[in-house]
Design a protein around this ligand. Structure first.
Ligand SMILES: [Fe+2]
Ligand SMILES: [Fe+2]
Length: 177
């Protein structure tokens, strides 16, 4: 049996991951409406990753034979004044998630739940990548603030955030999409 405190915190984290999914969809739609398709597709792809994170956590709980909840989430921010602010918001969100993930690993360790602790290791590594990717993108859009097409060209050239297949990733409930 996994530690009850860990199960509670992981269920909360599922809500945070789904909220991140909705926020990234909102950002993608914003960029799409501004005819910035590369920025839009970057955030559509990031949204998919967040959805998969949530369903990795669901699968873990199902495999551990404990309750996994599918939460409702608060509405994301969908209006933005410029090309930079959505990425700044996304970086803030990734930094917050990093703290949450580290907190989850700490709870697992505190309760001697080594299975849960090991499960969290992949997310710790993933957060390092996501914060680094979003920091890079923030620098790019800041430089391109007056001409967002420069950011579009950069994304077309650099494949930012394109991680490819990761065979070490935990299984996703229903299969990864
Ligand atoms: Fe995530
Ligand atoms: Fe993320």
């Amino acid at each position: 049996m996994p530690a009850t405190a860990f199960v509670e915190r992981l269920n909360e984290q599922i809500a945070h991951e789904f909220a991140a999914h909705q926020q990234y969809i909102a950002i993608a739609v914003h960029y799409d409406a501004e005819t910035l398709p590369r920025l839009a597709s970057f955030f559509y792809a990031q949204a998919l990753e967040e959805r998969n994170h949530a369903l990795m956590m669901v699968q873990f709980l199902v495999d551990q034979d404990v309750e996994a909840t599918v939460p409702g989430v608060a509405a994301p921010q969908s209006a933005f004044s410029d090309v930079v602010s959505p990425v700044a918001l996304a970086l803030e969100q990734e930094k917050r998630v990093t703290e949450q993930i580290n907190g989850l690993a700490a709870v697992a360790r505190e309760h001697g739940d080594y299975t849960a602790e090991q499960f969290m290791q992949w997310f710790i590594k993933e957060q390092i990548e996501e914060v680094a990717t979003m920091s890079d993108l923030l620098r790019v859009v800041e430089r391109a603030a007056d001409n967002p097409l420069l950011a579009e060209e950069y994304l077309a050239r650099e494949q930012l955030g394109d991680e490819g297949e990761d065979p070490t990733a935990p299984p996703v409930a229903g299969g990864a999409v």
